[in-house]
Design a protein around this ligand. Sequence first.
Ligand SMILES: [Zn+2]
Length: 147
Amino acid sequence: MLIPARMSEAEEQRWVNVMLDKLAAQESRRTLGDTELAERARRLSDQYFDGRARPASVRWVTNQNTRWGSCTPSEGSIRLSHRLQGMPEYVVDYVLCHELAHLLVPGHGPRFWRLLEAYPRTERARGYLEGVVAAERLPHVPGTRDV
Ligand SMILES: [Zn+2]
C-alpha cells in the first residue's frame, strides 16, 4: 500500500482503515468467475438432480436483459444474465438449478416444476426475482434512490 508522505500517525491509521473497508466491500461484492460458476452448477446438479444434469458450459452473459438465464439443451450450454451478479447466492443457485433442470426437461410443465422442488429455496428465489422486476417498474421517486 502506498501511503502519502506527511501524514500523521493518526491520519495514516484512519486512511489505512478506510482502504481496508473499501477492500472488504469489494471482496463481498466479488462475483463468481465462469470457472467457479461451472463448478457451482456441478455441485448443484449432484446435490439436487443426482448429477444427471451435466452442462458442457456455464457462463455469464451481458446481452440477456429480459431473461435471468437460458440454456441450449442440444449444446448443453447454460448462460446466466450478468444482472444476477450481486444478488443473494440462493437466487443465483435457483437460476442455475432452473437451467440445469431444463437440460433434463424442456418447457415449464408439471414435470419441470416437480424436478425443481428438489431445490428448497425455489419459491423464495422466484419471489425475490419477481420483486426485482416489480421494483424496476416503479416510477422513480426523487431522493429515494440512494437510501
Ligand atoms: Zn425455464
